[in-house]
Ligand binder design. Structure first.
Ligand code: NAD
Length: 281
C-alpha cells in the first residue's frame, strides 16, 4: 500500500493527546480550553468548526464555539478577541476564516495574543517561523510534517515542490520543508510551465483549491505526494491531485478525504496542548 493514511495516523496520535490531557487535568485542576469564533454561516466553515468540536471532545479538550451573525462589525469582533485574550480560562483561540469582506482579517488575527494563537496565523507567530524560532505553527503544514515524519520521510537534499503559496498553507509549508533540509520550489497561479517543476519533485505538496490540477504525467515516479486540497464536486470531497492517475506513480500519496484533513485537526489539538503547557510553565 502506498497510502499516507492521515486518518489512521491521527487516530493513533489522539490516544497520546488524550493521555496528556488527562495528566494535565490532574496536575492543574482543569482541562485545556479552545474557543473557536465562527462568524456567519459559510457551510465549509461550519463543517470545519464541527470537526474541531468533535475532535476536542474525543481528546478531552474543552472546546467551545462562539457563533456570531455575519453582520457583526469589526470593532465588535475585535472586542471579543480582546476579551478572550484576557480570559484566564482560555488557552487557545481560533477565528475561523474566511471572515465577511467588511472585516479586515489581518487586523483581527494580529490582535490574538500570540501565546493563544493556536492557528499560528498572527504576524508574530509567522515571523517566528520565518526566523526558525517556532511559536505556534499553522495547523495544516504542521499536520503534514507530522504525517510525513510518521512515515519516516527523509527531507535532506530532497527536491520539494510546494504548489500554492498562501499564508495559511503553501508559504509556511515551504519554510518547514526548507528547515528540514529540502531544496524548495514554490509554485503559484503565475508560475509558467507548472509541470516542469512538479516533475522534478521528490516531495510534492499541493494546496491550491484547483480540482485535478496535478495529473499523472506531471509527477516523477517514486515521488511522495501530499494533496492538501479540499474541493466539493457533485457532493463529494476531492483534492487537487488526480488520485487515480498519480497513485500509479507515487511511492506514497495522501487520499482525499482521509489524508491531510484529519492531521490538520490533530495538529490543532497538539497546539492547544502546547499553549496550555506554555501558560503553566
Ligand atoms: P488560497 O486560495 O489562499 O491559495 C491558493 C494558492 O494556490 C495561491 O497561492 C494560488 O496562487 C495558487 N494557485 C491557484 N491556482 C493555481 C494554479 N492553477 N496553478 C498553481 N498554483 C495555483 O488557498 P489555501 O487557503 O492555501 O487552500 C488551498 C486548498 O487547501 C483549498 O482547497 C483549501 O480548501 C485546502 N485546505 C485544506 C486544509 C486541510 O486541512 N486539508 C486546510 C486548509 C486549506
Amino acid at each position: 500500500m502506498n497510502i499516507l493514511d492521515g486518518r489512521k495516523t491521527a487516530h493513533s496520535f489522539e490516544a497520546k493527546i488524550r493521555a496528556e490531557v488527562t495528566a494535565l487535568k490532574e496536575k492543574h485542576g482543569r482541562e485545556p480550553k479552545l474557543v473557536v469564533v465562527l462568524v456567519g454561516d459559510n457551510p465549509a466553515s461550519m463543517a470545519y468548526v464541527k470537526s474541531k468540536e468533535k475532535a476536542s471532545k474525543r481528546v478531552g479538550i474543552n472546546g467551545v464555539t462562539m457563533r456570531f451573525p455575519s453582520t457583526i462589525t469589526e470593532a465588535e469582533l475585535l472586542g471579543t478577541v480582546l476579551k478572550l485574550n484576557e480570559d484566564e480560562t482560555v488557552d487557545g483561540m481560533i477565528v475561523q476564516l474566511p471572515l465577511p469582506t467588511h472585516i479586515n482579517s489581518d487586523n483581527i488575527l494580529n490582535h490574538i495574543a500570540p501565546h493563544k494563537d493556536v492557528d499560528g496565523l498572527s504576524f508574530i507567530n509567522a515571523g517566528k517561523l520565518a526566523n526558525r524560532q517556532y511559536g505556534l505553527l499553522p495547523a495544516t503544514p504542521k499536520g503534514v510534517m507530522m504525517l510525513l515524519d510518521h512515515y519516516k520521510v527523509q527531507y535532506e537534499g530532497k527536491d520539494a515542490v510546494v504548489v500554492g503559496a498562501s499564508n495559511l498553507v503553501g508559504s509556511p509549508m515551504a519554510k518547514l520543508l526548507l528547515h528540514r533540509g529540502a531544496t524548495i520550489t514554490v509554485c503559484h497561479s503565475k508560475t509558467k510551465d507548472l509541470a516542469s517543476h512538479t516533475k522534478r519533485a521528490d516531495i510534492l505538496v499541493v494546496a491550491t483549491g484547483v480540482v485535478n490540477l496535478i495529473r499523472g504525467e506531471m509527477v516523477k515516479k517514486g515521488a511522495i505526494v501530499v494533496d492538501v486540497g479540499i474541493n466539493r464536486v457533485d457532493g463529494k470531497i476531492v483534492g487537487d491531485v488526480n488520485y487515480d492517475e498519480v497513485k500509479e506513480k507515487a511511492a506514497l500519496i495522501t487520499p482525499v478525504p482521509g489524508g491531510v484533513g484529519p492531521m490538520t485537526i490533530n495538529a490543532l489539538m497538539f497546539n492547544v496542548l502546547e499553549a496550555f503547557k506554555n501558560r503553566h510553565q
